[in-house]
Design a protein around this ligand. Structure first.
Ligand code: HEM
Length: 416
């Protein structure tokens, strides 16, 4: 007897990262998309989604697609050079994102600034700030980890690492944290414009910091390293320094904020694993992968844009269309991870793609892991009886990741 194949439901009926079901349990929707095909058109986002890890690694490594937001079909038109504001000068003229050759040059010259010993050094610089934050928190019975701790850490660590003096912090903080919204494809043009204005102000502040530093003796921070590179490298200019600092903040702030909340949540849900996770920076680095895998908090993946009409995995993709690389879809696939529902900080990760792969591998990977290790060590040593005070409510407003509205913790002071 001939079987008539059941028509498949539209993809948006089985995968919707903005639905309450996804916020509670992303795994089943991610798996539905993973098994839907190698490249899937997603009408609600007007984007293609690449689902399989070998394809994604290939596209990561060989970069046939553009990372430049202005190549997106719905981006505002790329303004002519004589109309560039600070923002366009930093984002187009010297972009880490735009030109592949220039990108390679920048990565090569700045790589020493992210080496292991530099990260050790950064840890020493950040440590007093983290301790101060916890001193200011004191010993409350309950507190919101997000507003009291997590939201301050990314800004502190990146500004310390770069070497932005504390006197600039209040003004800088007001304008720089919305930076990623300047090229977030999922928000309104008005919001992007407001973020562009803030970004222009942030660039003014960075320029002031650079001018001041040029007159001061060399210091032991990222800015001094970059000024040295500028003096010795053709094609590396002040605009590159500004772009890099913005890129560090843009790429390093939201990601670590998400990582902070899921690290605390996962470790508190599996308290018996805390000693193993926090035994050394290396054991935490592994635990950090498991936290990301188990939480599967990503929604959008990584955006790329077709530079011309092209064939991708058997589909005709038009110039300017967005292609999202979605490596997180497999995080709960039993083919990829044994007993995927089990949280195990000793799980091995091969390939290890949490921080990307190929030429755009995360610059801040070592810093991110160290900054999280430092904060978690401080948190759990100060509050050994820590517990979740309630199951945190998910924030449906966030477009990029599953995050909490707040993360209320009970310290259990006096419970010993
Ligand atoms: C939990 C923390 C973090 C995760 C999971 C993460 C992950 C990633 C991934 C997957 C990429 C590749 C993106 C793509 O292919 O489009 C990337 C790129 C990048 N990350 Fe991170 N990141 C984290 C924290 C940070 C921090 C703290 C910094 C800076 C201090 C940073 C700076 C960057 C930069 C500048 C890039 C762009 C590199 C380039 O285009 O050459 N990241 N990150």
């Amino acid at each position: 007897m001939n079987q008539i194949a059941e028509p498949r439901p539209p993809i948006e009926a089985v995968f919707n990262p903005h639905s309450p079901e996804y916020l509670d349990n992303p795994a089943s929707q991610c798996l539905a998309l993973l098994h839907r095909g190698r490249l899937v058109w997603y009408e609600p986002w007007q984007a293609w989604m690449m689902t399989q890890l070998p394809d994604i690694m290939n596209y990561w490594k060989n970069e046939p697609l553009s990372s430049d937001f202005y190549d997106w079909e719905f981006a505002p038109p790329r303004p002519p050079e004589d109309q560039w504001s600070n923002f366009e000068r930093a984002m187009i003229g010297h972009s880490l994102l735009a030109d592949h050759d220039h990108h390679r040059l920048i990565r090569k010259v700045v790589s020493p600034a992210f080496s292991r010993n530099v990260v050790d050094n950064i840890q020493r610089k950040i440590e007093p700030d983290v301790k101060r934050l916890f001193d200011e928190l004191g010993k409350p019975e309950t507190f919101d980890y997000l507003s009291e701790v997590a939201q301050h850490i990314p800004f502190i660590s990146i500004t310390r690492m770069v070497g932005v003096p504390e006197k600039y912090w209040p003004d800088f903080k007001k304008v720089v944290l919305s930076f990623t919204e300047t090229w977030n494809p999922t928000i309104s043009e008005e919001r992007r414009e407001a973020a562009r204005q803030d970004c222009n102000r942030a660039i003014d502040i960075i320029k002031e910091v650079i001018a001041e530093r040029r007159l001061a003796p060399e210091q032991d921070d990222f800015l001094s390293t970059l000024l040295r590179v500028e003096a010795t490298t053709d094609g590396f200019e002040e605009g590159d320094i500004i772009t890099l600092i913005l890129a560090l903040i843009g790429a390093g702030a939201d990601t670590t904020l998400v990582a902070q909340q899921w690290s605390v949540y996962c470790l508190l849900k599996h308290k018996e694993q805390i000693p193993v996770a926090l035994e050394t920076p290396e054991s935490f680095a592994n635990a950090f992968h498991e936290i990301h895998r188990w939480a599967a908090a990503g929604k959008m993946g990584f955006a790329r844009y077709a530079p011309s009409d092209m064939d991708i995995l058997g589909h005709q993709v038009r110039k300017g269309q967005m292609v999202l690389l979605m490596p997180h879809l497999r995080y709960h696939d039993p083919e990829a991870f044994e007993n995927p529902e089990v949280f195990d900080v000793s799980r091995q990760f091969d390939p290890d793609i949490l921080f990307g792969y190929g030429p755009r591998y995360c610059i801040g990977a070592a810093l991110a892991k160290r900054q999280l290790y430092l904060t978690m060590t401080e948190l759990f040593s100060r509050f050994p009886n820590l517990q979740l005070a309630e199951e945190p409510e998910r924030d449906e407003q966030d477009h990029n990741a599953i995050v909490f509205k707040k993360l209320l913790l009970r310290t259990g002071q006096g419970d010993d």
